[in-house]
Structure formats: structure tokens, C-alpha cells
Design a protein. Structure first.
Length: 380
């Protein structure tokens, strides 16, 4: 029976209220009847406790956290003697390997394409980054032999064909799905998620300067130095560039509240070309669609195919200011078509691109691992 199965989700890197970890997976499993705990660094002002936390200390120094945080996580997790350990960070692979025994299950949840992600980070020079990526690939191969793999993106199956895709689709919210948006006189562009250069920070920063009526709002953690660089890049449009999250984590509730506001013209994702994002279907795509917003994004082939499939947005060259300006003008000049794009996207999310479908797959995986048959399901 599910209530007798002790589950521990583990992260040393993510915020404890990370939407995929806490709001989707942990709460879904809890609702289904599993006994769920989240082991994570928990800031003192964190109040959500529907799923209990097993708190870890938060290290300001990245390398201290990597070493000491990982060691602490191992001893805390071992003490819990969980039936299922569900790890969310590559740093925890050796921990998962050490925790695995004949009486439990370990799941590695692959949130990112870490191989390409490591190569494009700027911590070290490129040869060192390529070496680290190769070491990561080997560690995954060794440590996950007796683990289950969960994949947050479809294309990850190219590398991990044995993995189960549980995609990062949005939670449906009645207020958003029933919201009747007007695009008459809409002048706001919305971005949600962490703000970094490889996620288009500087491309987004130039947008206000292209149009004197346009405002751009970014909701997500942004390093203070990068926010200053964005303001400088925005030039005369700096006063209409709003970074909500300069130096601090933006909780999901604040992002949800942003989606509920009126006056948005589109959701944006103007990422510069990088191998890391070329094939990804961004979570923000689905969130923009669920909110009834058309999307303006980079013209990667995979993203162009996605927009063509759902007819919910416009793709542009992220370094071509004229194309970006034209996309804005197209939506502003055709409010009925902007609304239609938003409605087509919202319909696609309501019908099949939402977390409810993925929740079923997650619970089915847990039930299979724990030998729970359909007639024994608790809380579902």
C-alpha cells in the first residue's frame, strides 16, 4: 500500500519549492498516498509544508556546497532508510549509488542536458569543460546501472533510451484557463524563469529600445551584475525594462500572479544559439500557452516546428532587431490573431500538454517499482 512506502526526494542545488520537484512531483505523490519527504536546503522564510522538509544547510560558496552539502545529504538520507530515493542533481549520483541496496529503489531525475550544459558554462576554459562533461557521462553510466531514470525532455531518450519521460508540463490553474484576455492596447512582454545570458538576457534587454511603448518584465532570479549589464544594454529603454528577481529567488506564487495580470502582448524566449537549448521544449512555452499568451521565441528548427504544430507563436532571429520589432508589431497590429494564437496554445495545454498526464506516468512508475497493483491504490 502506498502509505507504507517511504519516499525521499533529494536536492542540494534546487530551491525547496522548485516547481518540478515540490509542486509537481512531491505533491502529486503525497496526494496519491505515498509518504513523501523532501531533503533540501531550506531558507528560514520557506513556509510551504504540505510535504515535510528534511532541511540541509545552505552554503554560499558553490564548492563548499558541492563537497559538504553532498556529504551531509548522504548521511541524512541513509538515516531515513527510505524505500525510494529520488535524486534531482548530478552531484548526488554517487550518493544515490551508495544508498542503493536490494531493499530500495533509486531514481535519477534528469532535469537538464548536463553534458552540453557543462560545455557552455564559463567556469573553466573549454578543454577543461569538455573533460568535465566526459567525466559526467562516465559517472552517469556507472552510477545509474541499478537506478531508474526519469527524463524531463523527450530528446533525452536519444542518450538514455531506458529512461521514462515525465515531462515538465504546467499545472492547470482554473483562473488562467478561464481568463479572457484582451490584446487591444497590450504593450507588455513577459519572461519567466532564471535570467542568464544563455537564456537571452541581453536579447530581451534590447526590446524596450525597439519600441517606445513596449515594457519588458522578467520574473526570475537574476545576478545583480547581469541586471546592471541589461540596463546598460537597454539604453534609452532601460526605464521600461523590469527585472523582478535581481539578486533573489522569485517564488512560484509571484510568477503565477504575473501570469494573471492583464496587458501582456506575448511571452518571450529569445535565446541565443547554443547546443544546450536547440532541442529543448521550454517549460515557459507551455506556461505561456496555458496563460493564453502568444509566444515570441528564437527560430531554432525544433522551436519553429513546435510553433508550427500548435500555431501559437512567432519565431525570429534573436540577434535581428528588425525581426524582433516586426514580431511585436504583427501581434500589436492584429489583436484578434494574437488572441487566437493564445487560445490555440491554451487549448493544446488543456487537452494534453499539462501536468495531469505526467502525474499519472509518475505514479504508475512508483507503483510498478513498489509492486502496487491497480486495486491497491491509496488516495487516488
Amino acid at each position: 500500500m502506498r502509505q507504507s512506502v517511504n519516499v525521499m526526494h533529494m536536492t542540494t542545488l534546487h530551491h525547496p519549492l522548485d516547481p518540478r520537484i515540490y509542486y509537481k512531483q512531491c505533491r502529486s505523490l503525497k496526494k496519491a498516498g505515498y509518504d513523501v519527504t523532501l531533503l533540501a536546503p531550506v531558507p528560514s522564510n520557506t513556509v510551504e509544508e504540505e510535504v515535510p522538509f528534511e532541511p540541509l544547510p545552505k552554503y554560499r560558496n558553490r564548492w563548499k556546497g558541492l563537497l559538504f552539502g553532498t556529504v551531509r545529504a548522504y548521511f541524512r538520507a541513509r538515516k531515513a532508510k527510505a524505500d525510494v530515493y529520488h535524486i534531482h542533481d548530478p552531484e548526488l549520483l554517487p550518493v544515490g549509488w551508495l544508498l542503493k541496496n536490494k531493499g530500495n529503489h533509486v531514481i535519477y531525475d534528469i532535469h537538464e542536458d548536463y553534458e552540453t550544459g557543462i560545455v557552455q558554462r564559463q567556469y573553466f576554459n573549454r578543454p577543461v569543460r569538455k573533460l568535465i562533461a566526459a567525466v559526467y557521462k562516465k559517472v552517469v553510466a556507472v552510477c545509474t546501472r541499478s537506478m531508474e531514470l526519469i527524463l524531463a525532455e523527450k530528446y533525452y531518450q536519444e542518450k538514455y533510451p531506458q529512461g521514462t519521460c515525465i515531462l515538465n508540463y504546467p499545472l492547470l490553474q482554473q483562473k488562467l484557463t478561464e481568463m479572457d484576455r484582451s490584446f487591444e492596447d497590450a504593450d507588455g512582454l513577459l519572461y519567466t524563469g532564471n535570467v542568464t545570458k544563455d537564456r537571452g538576457a541581453l536579447q530581451h534587454a534590447v526590446l524596450p529600445e525597439l519600441d517606445g511603448r513596449l515594457t519588458v518584465h522578467l520574473y526570475g532570479y537574476c545576478p545583480e551584475g547581469l541586471a546592471a549589464e541589461m540596463k546598460q544594454k537597454a539604453g534609452e529603454g532601460a526605464g521600461r525594462l523590469y527585472v523582478h528577481g535581481e539578486g533573489y529567488y522569485v517564488p512560484k506564487t509571484d510568477i503565477d500572479a504575473a501570469y494573471e495580470k492583464s496587458g501582456w502582448l506575448a511571452g518571450i524566449a529569445l535565446f541565443p544559439p547554443t547546443e544546450h537549448y536547440m532541442k529543448k521544449e521550454l517549460t515557459k512555452f507551455f506556461e505561456y500557452m496555458a496563460a493564453g499568451l502568444p509566444v515570441i521565441c528564437s527560430n531554432y528548427p525544433a522551436w519553429q516546428a513546435f510553433m508550427d504544430t500548435y500555431q501559437c507563436g512567432i519565431c525570429v532571429d534573436p540577434d535581428n532587431k528588425e525581426e524582433m520589432k516586426r514580431a511585436v508589431e504583427t501581434l500589436r497590429g492584429n489583436p484578434a490573431e494574437a488572441k487566437a494564437m493564445g487560445e490555440r496554445g491554451r487549448k493544446a495545454v488543456q487537452e494534453h500538454l499539462h501536468w495531469g498526464r505526467e502525474e499519472e506516468k509518475l505514479i504508475d512508475l512508483y507503483d510498478r517499482l513498489n509492486g502496487i497493483k491497480a486495486g491497491e491504490n491509496d488516495g487516488r
